[in-house]
Design a protein around this ligand. Structure first.
Ligand code: PMP
Length: 361
C-alpha cells in the first residue's frame, strides 16, 4: 500500500529518515530472530545490550568523541538537564550563562535555584536576533562553567564558533543542531540534547561528559539526577528509554552510511542556502535572525502581516507541508529543516513561497 507522507517542517519531534522508519517497521515484530520487538525486550537481555552498546559505539564514531568522555542516556529530555547541570557542576556556586533564546533562558533560570548566576550575554532587548561575538561575552574566569545553547530553535539563530573561556568548562545545549555538522567535542566539558530532532524520538536525553568535570554531588541529590551515578551504572540504574536508544542507533547508522557529519553539513548548508537565498532576494518575506547568525536547522521568517502569515500556514497544509507555523511565543513562520528533510522538500517549500508571494504581494 502506498503511504502518503507529508513534508513535516516541525521543530520537534520532527521528521525521521524514511529509511529509519522502514528499518524499524521491518524489525518491529521480530528483532534479529529474538522473537520479539525491541519494545518488549528486557533492557538487561543480551539482545538489547547488543543494541545499546552498538548505539553508544556509533555515537562515539559519528561524533568522533575522544577518550576521556562518557556517554549518558537518560529520560527527562534536555529540560531535566537544565536542573542537573547546576546540581552536578557547581563548585563555588558561580556559573555563567549566555542567554540567546528561550531555552538558554530556561536553563539559566533553573541554575538560579542552585547558585549565583552571571549573565554573560542577554539577547532579549534585541528580540534574540543576535549571537554575541567573543568580545561581547562577559565571562568570569572563576565561574564553575559557562553555558550556552548552540542553536536557538525558536528564534532561528546559531552559534558559528565555540567561545574561548580561559579554561572554564563549556556546557552546551545542542538539542536542535546536534549531528547536523562536525563538532570538536574536546572543546566542551559537556554536550547535551533531547533526542527528538536530529537524534530520533522523544523520551531520550543524551549527555556527552568529560570525565574530569565530574565531582561528588551533595548527598541529597536524587539518584537519577547524578551524572556520576548514571555513568557508574552505564545509564541503567533504572530502565533506560530503551526503544528511543534503539532508534538513535538506526539514525546513526543512516548518518554513517551517508558519509557521517561532514556529509550532513554539506547537505544542510545546501538546503539552508536554497531557503535563505530566496528569502534574501524577496521583499515580501523577512527573516527574523541577523544574517551572520542564521540557523541551518530552523529558518524563521515573516510576511508583512499576521493575517498573511496565517494564510501562508493554512495554504501550505493543503500543499502537503505541515508545522510551518512559528513558535507560539514569536509567531510568523518557521521551517525546521533537520537532517531528515530532503533537499526536494526545501525546493517544494520555496516553490510554494514564490507562488504565494506572486498572489499576495
Ligand atoms: N533546548 C533546545 C535548544 C530545544 O529546542 C528544546 C526543545 N525544543 C529544549 C532544550 C527542551 O527539550 P526537551 O523538550 O527535550 O526538554
Amino acid at each position: 500500500m502506498e503511504t502518503k507522507r507529508v513534508l513535516n517542517f516541525s521543530a520537534g519531534p520532527s521528521m525521521l529518515p524514511v529509511e529509519v522508519l522502514e528499518k524499524a517497521r521491518e524489525q518491529m515484530l521480530n528483532y534479529g530472530n529474538s522473537g520479539m520487538s525491541v519494545m518488549e525486550m528486557s533492557h538487561r537481555s543480551s539482545s538489547y545490550l547488543a543494541i545499546f552498546d552498538n548505539t553508544k559505539a556509533l555515537l562515539k564514531k559519528v561524533m568522533n568523541i575522544p577518550e576521556g568522555y562518557e556517554i549518558v542516556f537518560i529520560q527527562g529530555g534536555a529540560t531535566q538537564q537544565f536542573s542537573m547541570i547546576p546540581m552536578n557542576y557547581l563548585k563555588n556556586g558561580k556559573s555563567d550563562y549566555a542567554v540567546t533564546g528561550a531555552f538558554s533562558k530556561k536553563a539559566m533560570q533553573e541554575a538560579k535555584k542552585f547558585g549565583d548566576v552571571r549573565i554573560a550575554f542577554d539577547g532579549a532587548s534585541n528580540q534574540y536576533k543576535d549571537i554575541p561575538s567573543q568580545e561581547e561575552l562577559q565571562l568570569d574566569n572563576t565561574a564553575s562553567y559557562v553555558h550556552y545553547c548552540a542553536n536557538n530553535t525558536i528564534y532561528g539563530t546559531e552559534w558559528k564558533y565555540v567561545p574561548e573561556t580561559n579554561g572554564v568548562p563549556i556546557i552546551c545545549d545542542m538539542s536542535s543542531n546536534i549531528l547536523s555538522k562536525p563538532v570538536d567535542v574536546s572543546k566542551y566539558g559537556m554536550i547535551y540534547a533531547g533526542a527528538q530532532k536530529n537524534m530520533g524520538i522523544a523520551g531520550l536525553g543524551v549527555a556527552i561528559i568529560k570525565k574530569e568535570l565530574l565531582q561528588p554531588v551533595p548527598e541529597r541529590t536524587p539518584v537519577l539526577l547524578d551524572y556520576t551515578l548514571q555513568i557508574e551504572n552505564d545509564s541503567m540504574y533504572n530502565t533506560p528509554p530503551a526503544y528511543a536508544i534503539y532508534v538513535l542507533g538506526l539514525v546513526l547508522e543512516w548518518i554513517d552510511g551517508l558519509g557521517g557529519l561532514e556529509a550532513m553539513e554539506v547537505k544542510n548548508k545546501e538546503k539552508a542556502a536554497i531557503l535563505y537565498d530566496y528569502l534574501d532576494s524577496s521583499d515580501f518575506y523577512k527573516t527574523h535572525s541577523n544574517k551572520e547568525n542564521r540557523s541551518l536547522m530552523n529558518v524563521t521568517f515573516v510576511t508583512a502581516s499576521k493575517e498573511l502569515d496565517d494564510l501562508f500556514v493554512k495554504e501550505s497544509i493543503k500543499q502537503g507541508m505541515t508545522n510551518l507555523k512559528g513558535h507560539r511565543s514569536v509567531g510568523g513562520i518557521r521551517a525546521s529543516i533537520y537532517n531528515a528533510m530532503p533537499k526536494a522538500g526545501v525546493e517544494q517549500l520555496v516553490a510554494f513561497m514564490k507562488e504565494f508571494e506572486e498572489r499576495n504581494k
